[in-house]
Write a protein that binds this ligand. Structure first.
Ligand SMILES: Cc1ncc(COP(=O)(O)O)c(C=O)c1O
Length: 308
């Protein structure tokens, strides 16, 4: 009941959740069953991590939350700085140094037609201790589901309405004995991403990653690219076919929940955990634990503008 273990229901935990500017006891942080956000997918969210009390890329995550909201017509009534401060407050009040932080915004229950006019936008922030999402290594199965067309879904946003497909991809792969599914792009021609992380491959010393045309341009992905540029490594954003991926020397995935995780198998092809993957794991570990290094990288290689 009292300690937050992985298997414990998210309804029944100690701590506080920030909702619309107030800290609410965890078990009382509920929403109404007729919320528009629940029925029509009007919800955007962020996943972030704090390391030793410091939230990595907090400002960029707040900006992405506001950007995702704007993409869906959800005008979040807080500034980037107000969101940053609220996240720090929630982390501190819950007494965590190392934690996953979930900030989210959804449409309320003033009316339940399709139109979103006149609906209140609610915002909440929760945090909990969460180990690396995929553990030490990940196996992937190519999914029959493809990444959605960016003309029909807000694929560049972290919007809840994108995720039911991702859940099907994940659960199907897990049912088949894999850790996650690998999604191809809308046409089924090139590699896109895993259900909750971006993908990289290494071939003959060059790091390659797909161009985010139909999937989230993750902040961890962007960080890994910047680290590679800073450290003088060969890195390319390019189209990658499934065949090219199977011929890779190394494969790894990136994400806030996953950090940098080696991929050890895709379908029937196995991969060793290679030197470039280990180097990136160490470099990512270093930057997430050093606000000074984070500031230096951000100053030299600014993150994608998310002003919308
Ligand atoms: C579908 C999807 N792709 C990629 C990522 C990685 O994004 P980020 O590195 O910003 O956490 C995530 C996780 O947030 C995700 O849900």
């Amino acid at each position: 009941m009292s300690h937050n273990s992985e298997k414990q229901s998210f309804e029944d935990r100690d701590g506080v959740i920030w909702i619309n500017g107030s800290l609410v006891p965890w078990r009382e942080a509920t929403i109404h069953s007729l919320s528009h956000g629940l029925h029509y997918g009007g919800c955007v969210f962020e996943g972030e991590r704090a390391f030793q009390g410091h939230i990595f890329l907090s400002n960029e995550h707040s900006e992405r939350l506001l950007f995702s909201g704007r993409e869906l017509g959800i005008e979040i009534p807080y500034t980037t700085q107000e969101l940053n401060d609220a996240k720090d407050e929630v982390l501190k009040k819950n007494g965590f140094q190392n934690a996953y932080i979930r900030a989210f915004a959804w449409r309320g229950s003033e009316q339940l037609g399709l139109s979103a006019q006149g609906l209140k936008i609610h915002v909440a922030i929760a945090c909990w201790e969460w180990p690396s999402y995929y553990g030490d290594g990940l196996t992937l199965q190519t999914s029959r589901w493809r990444a959605p067309d960016p003309k029909t879904a807000p694929t560049g946003s972290k919007a809840a309405c994108n995720y039911p497909t991702h859940t099907m991809i994940k659960d199907e792969a897990v049912a088949n004995g894999y850790g996650d599914g690998l999604m191809l792009d809308t046409e089924g021609k090139y590699v896109a991403e895993a259900s909750g992380a971006n993908i990289f491959m290494v071939k003959d010393g060059t790091i390659k990653t797909p161009i985010p045309r139909c999937f989230l341009n993750g902040l961890t992905r962007q960080t890994v690219i910047k680290i590679a540029q800073r450290d003088g490594l060969n890195i390319e954003e390019c189209d990658i076919t499934p065949d090219e991926l199977s011929g890779a020397d190394e494969v790894f995935v990136t994400g806030t929940a996953a950090n940098v995780t080696p991929v050890t198998k895709i379908d029937n092809t196995e991969f060793d955990v290679g030197p470039m993957t280990k180097q990136m794991q160490a470099a990512y570990d270093s930057i997430t634990h050093s606000p000074e290094e984070e500031d230096e990288l951000r100053a030299k290689y600014p993150y994608d503008a998310l002003k919308g």
